[in-house]
Design a protein around this ligand. Sequence first.
Ligand SMILES: [Zn+2]
Length: 120
Amino acid sequence: MSQNRRSLRFSHSTCPVCGSNEVARDDLKGDLLCTNCGHIINRGETRAVGKFDIAQHLRREGKLTFPKLLEVTGASEDKLFGVLQSMVEMGLIEELQSSYQMTKRGLRWYRQRLGQEYGY
Ligand SMILES: [Zn+2]
């Protein structure tokens, strides 16, 4: 048997897909990997959130606080914070009184992306 090159340590989790408890932690990425079926269990099993997702919510609601964005996107704090940071850096959104809202540039970007989504 060959040694796995990545360092895997078995954790006490159960795989949500196959029910196996041969679930190992991938130290490289911090994810959990089921060694039985290969399913990767992300920390917290939260779904990824995209810039477009966030823009859509902000467009609809005007402005949203971080906790509210967490709620509507279902993302983990880490992921959401990362995306918000990059959107602020790109000038797409701004943070005002602990709420996030779209900038003019962000709205233009959003309309452009919306056009691409629907193919016109
Ligand atoms: Zn599994």
